[in-house]
Design a protein around this ligand. Structure first.
Ligand code: MN
Length: 259
């Protein structure tokens, strides 16, 4: 088995190497990741300047590792298009420090990188722990390795894309594993203004929404001490929207021509 490991917390993040160490026990692992933290960049791709790749000394023996001066998505594109010589069986992104729940998947670089693997036709996992202190990485790494083994064994008809979040708890306190859907909103974006003595500046601050999440959602599961596995898909392209009709399109064209 050949696994590409990446992340958005940067090439030296502890979660990345804990994951690589675990996956290496059953697969050939190549790490290709951003050279610095790139959280919150979603599926951003660098198009306006060239990218540099550096072969780095791995923190786990027998793992080939490259850093990229770009985004998580850039790393996956470079890995799949240039750096990896063999066919990839799985792309794993993480272990992210902090949750990627609800609509946060839209800005998450961890999910963005997995999504890029999935868009290239490979099974992909995004895996995160709901805390910033790098505790309980073992649970996440072992779960990723078990999923990798099972995905290989099941030979599913299509390639899955799973967004996995673990509560920051010891294994003995974890209540179970729930198959979930994304909660609709995880945060509100607020702006805090300051002044540096010469000019105003702005911090974009994400504030957690304090409300009860619906029972089958990812936010609910993690809050209640469960591991959440959310299957994601990208049916952005083949579902006509019921919100707009052909006749509205004709009306729009007519108005555009008359304006
Ligand atoms: Mn991150």
């Amino acid at each position: 088995m050949e696994i590409l490991v990446t992340n958005d917390d940067g090439i030296f993040a502890p979660g990345l190497w804990r994951l690589a160490r675990e996956l290496k026990q059953t697969a050939r692992v190549t790490v290709v990741a951003p050279d610095r933290e790139q959280s919150g960049l979603g599926t951003a791709v660098t198009l306006r300047h060239p990218l540099r790749v550096q072969k780095v000394k791995p923190l786990v023996p027998e793992v080939e590792a490259y850093s990229v001066d770009g985004t998580p998505t850039d790393s996956v594109i470079l890995a799949l298009g240039k750096l990896l010589k063999n066919k990839v069986d799985l792309v794993v992104s993480g272990i992210n420090s902090g949750p990627n729940l609800g609509d946060d998947v839209l800005i998450s670089g961890t999910v963005g990188a997995a999504l890029m693997g999935y868009r290239h036709g490979f099974p992909a996992l995004a895996i995160s722990i709901a805390s910033l202190d790098n505790q309980y990485l073992d649970n996440a790494a072992r779960l990723a390795a078990l999923l990798a083994k099972n995905l290989a064994r099941l030979s599913l008809p299509g390639s899955p894309l799973f967004n996995i979040n673990l509560p920051s708890l010891p294994l003995s306190a974890i209540k179970g594993i729930k198959l979930t859907r994304l909660a609709s909103r995880s945060h509100i974006d607020t702006v805090e203004e300051g002044h540096d003595g010469r000019k105003a500046y702005y911090w974009l601050v994400r504030q957690k929404i304090e409300r009860n999440a619906s029972k089958d959602t990812d936010i609910w599961a993690v809050e209640k001490g469960h591991i959440s596995i959310t299957p994601l898909h990208t049916e952005l392209f083949n579902q006509p929207s019921p919100l707009i009709s052909d006749s509205l399109c004709s009306e729009l064209l007519k108005e555009l021509q008359e304006s």
